[in-house]
Design a protein around this ligand. Structure first.
Ligand SMILES: [Zn+2]
Length: 302
């Protein structure tokens, strides 16, 4: 651990959805298929319990951005996460990409997810992470919907190019201006230069397929690079990232690799990172940066 990293509290987050909520995979993208897949092969509860065990082992709190569709079917699991002292956030209801929705359909989806998750957890939700980090240029109206619904922060921006999304924004905690002028606290995904020599590349290193694929030494390199800029690292993982027995469906080879590589390494890597660094919820990391969280009204010059 570098001296810079030891002074920082990093953000640990999990997007709680089932294995078949992977986007743009024909075999599973129709929600009409989900009840049957859920009955036959759901893994969300089993691997969320593993995540809870790992967090408990290190006495670490995390943010669980839960899919409303999952919360409705696993209310006892949602209650267990809340009872363990973790932060509960929303990951939407239907796992649709924000840039494919209208402001109205996004609002309805979000309200449904908030109602279901708050009922199951008995807590108020403050934070949102979009499916596939899908707030992109042109969908900034999502920030106004988030503020209108009473949420206090967003964690959906991915400040680099990616398959489904990506958004040019500052790195680290900052305020994002919504079209109405309100400024919403934002905790974007961590991006840092990772690798050696000519292979060094600015990339995501601390979540999903990137974290399954990269060796621990390169994940540490990314954390150190962010810490040198006084920025906390954000980890994001899904239950399926821990699941070597995740059901396999057909998809293009590059997606197949990225979906399934390294699942047997995730728990060990997370254990090592939680041993070496301090982590807490997304909300705590933002509060450490900003103080109390509230959408700010833009000051206009008189
Ligand atoms: Zn997701």
């Amino acid at each position: 651990m570098t001296p810079q990293s030891s002074n920082l509290v990093h953000a640990l987050s999990f997007d709680i959805e089932d294995w078949f909520h992977i986007v743009e995979v024909k075999a599973v993208e129709n929600p009409d298929l989900w009840p049957d897949l859920h009955a036959k092969s759901s893994l969300v509860e089993r691997y969320t319990d593993l995540i809870l065990e790992i967090c408990a082992r290190h006495n670490t709190r995390a943010t669980f951005f839960i899919l409303g569709w999952v919360a409705e079917r696993h209310p006892a699991m949602v209650a267990r996460i809340a009872a363990a002292g973790h932060e509960i956030g929303t990951h939407s209801y239907w796992h649709r990409k924000v840039y494919e929705l209208t402001p109205q359909t996004f609002r309805e989806d979000m309200q449904r997810s908030i109602d279901v998750i708050e009922a199951a957890s008995g807590t108020r939700i403050a934070g949102f992470r979009a499916p596939s980090f899908s707030i992109t240029a042109g969908t900034e109206w999502a920030f106004d919907v988030i503020a209108d619904l009473g949420l206090l922060y967003d964690a959906s921006l991915f400040p680099a190019k990616r398959g489904h999304g990506g958004y040019a924004c500052p790195q680290g905690p900052h305020h994002h201006a919504a079209p109405s002028g309100r400024r919403i606290p934002e905790l974007p995904m961590s991006i840092a230069p990772v690798g050696y020599g000519p292979l060094k590349k600015r990339m995501c290193f601390s979540g999903g397929g990137y974290m399954r694929l990269l060796p621990l030494s390169l994940i540490e390199q990314g954390i150190a690079a962010e810490a040198a800029e006084s920025r906390p690292t954000v980890i994001y993982l899904h239950p399926r990232d821990f699941a070597p027995d995740c059901p396999k469906v057909s998809m293009p080879p590059h997606r197949y690799f990225k979906c399934y590589v390294g699942t047997s390494t995730t728990a060990r890597k997370l254990d090592a990172l939680l041993e070496r660094h301090r982590f807490d919820t997304c909300r705590t990391v933002l509060e450490n940066h900003f103080g109390t969280l509230a959408p700010l009204i833009e000051e206009h010059a008189a």
